[in-house]
Design a protein around this ligand. Structure first.
Ligand SMILES: [Zn+2]
Length: 422
């Protein structure tokens, strides 16, 4: 990794870092530091007389065998295993990543403390008291979070995944960005050469070493209908969401019930007796009772991909909302004027009217949500929430966004820097 000093001389770096540090300190959110910074993870015990053996778990190791190797009796092994299971939910060890420390008060004494590091973010300690009982305590370790910035450009013939990979965005982060943007744009149709995108995401470090990628903090994409920006933000009452530049909920969702207050007369099921056909078949949608002629609004913004008639659905319309979601509306008495295949519709726009065409026992709307080609239950499928910020959160958000944007600006010209997230 290139050090900051290689890019700029140290005096300039000091000045730039200091300036940003002051801006960031005001909001007490983030602090920009050079990547050469390391953090020590101290696992040594306080007692200087103590003798500690550190064992890195290897393939085939069992906790019992490791304990027996340290001189424990079978009875103790059992007790320790029970305490670990009940108090720390540890039942097995992972080779090559778990570490166990055996601590003795003096060189020839028995082990009276065992420390297990089952993940970089957790430390479990069990100690033997004078009565010979083993007591367990566990401690969460906060990752050292470093936000890094990656940006790229769509080239001719590119998919977003291809361009994102070329920009050095890891697959898992790219998939998250894709999901975030999926309600804003259609990745098959709205991606054009020349569009720029960027993402700010965390890398989690322990002991100065990168362990995993963390959360996506900010996303930006130059979509056809304008620049889409999203920021991850935590409200005062601890709710986390993504918001646009102005603090509005950035993720537009689908409505589970397109017609407000309509009663469900038949719910989603994989098997039910069909009221007209008589035999059992899956009901891949939800039925809402409504009188003939009631306007049917689009459950979300999208594009009409099918409009027609078939024996089962009668008059139906299918909308495509993004790369993953489609919705279908059946048994319509008629279609709304001007709504044809290819029409772009807004959320709430009338696309047709309730009827009883096709296999239907009375006027109702049959509504389906299709996710990645599979029918899902509209009433229970997990949809991204739409939320807006209250006045106080909004003020905090705008300050946070200003600080983060300043950090992003800096990272965009210093690709080897990161933001220390606190
Ligand atoms: Zn139905």
């Amino acid at each position: 990794m290139k050090k900051v000093k290689d890019i700029l001389n140290s005096a300039t770096v000091a000045r730039v870092v200091a300036t940003v540090a002051v801006i960031l300190a005001v909001a007490a959110v983030v602090l920009v530091m050079a990547r050469s910074n390391t953090h020590q993870f101290d696992i040594s015990t306080d007692d200087s007389d103590a003798h500690t053996a550190v064992v890195v778990v290897a393939a085939g190791d069992t906790l019992s065998q490791l304990l027996i190797d340290q001189g424990f009796s079978n009875a103790d092994v059992l007790k320790i295993a029970q305490v670990l299971k009940s108090d720390a939910d540890i039942t097995s060890l992972r080779a090559d990543s778990d570490k166990i420390e055996f601590v003795r008060p003096s060189a020839d004494a028995a082990v009276n403390k065992i420390v297990i590091i089952p993940s970089p973010w957790r430390r479990v300690e069990i100690t033997c008291n004078d009565a010979g009982e083993w007591l367990c305590s566990s401690q969460d370790i906060e990752p050292d979070r470093r936000a890094v910035y990656k940006s790229g450009e769509i080239r001719d013939g590119d998919s977003f995944y291809l361009a994102g990979g070329r920009a050095g965005i890891p697959d898992g982060i790219l998939a998250e960005v894709y999901d975030l943007l999926a309600f804003e744009m259609d990745f098959e149709r709205d991606v054009r050469a020349g569009q720029h995108f960027s993402v700010l995401y965390e890398e989690n470090y322990a002991d100065g070493k990168k362990v995993e990628n963390g959360r996506v903090l900010a996303v930006q994409f130059e979509a056809l209908r304008g620049n889409v920006k999203m920021y991850r933000f935590r409200t005062a009452d601890d709710k986390v969401g993504y918001y646009d530049e102005n603090g509005n909920g950035a993720i537009k969702s689908l409505k589970r019930t397109p017609i407000n207050n309509a009663r469900v007369t038949s719910s989603f099921s994989n098997r039910r007796k069909h009221p007209v056909l008589g035999y059992t078949r899956a009901h891949k949608g939800v039925d809402f009772r409504a009188s003939t002629g009631t306007p049917i609004p689009a459950a979300g913004a999208g594009r009409v991909v099918a409009r027609g008639y078939n024996n089962g659905h009668g008059n139906y319309i299918k909308l495509r909302h993004n790369a993953s979601y489609e919705t279908l509306y059946a048994h319509m008495s008629k279609f709304a004027k001007g709504v044809v295949v290819g029409t772009t519709v807004k959320q709430g726009q009338t696309i047709g009217y309730v009827g009883s065409t096709g296999l239907s026992t009375g006027p109702h709307l049959h509504y389906e949500i299709i996710k990645d080609g599979k029918h899902v239950n509209p009433m229970t499928v997990k949809l991204p929430a739409i939320s807006n910020l209250g006045a106080q959160d909004k003020e905090r958000f705008l300050e946070y966004r200003r600080v983060l944007d300043a950090g992003i600006d800096l990272l965009s010209t210093h690709p080897n820097w990161f933001i220390q997230v606190q």
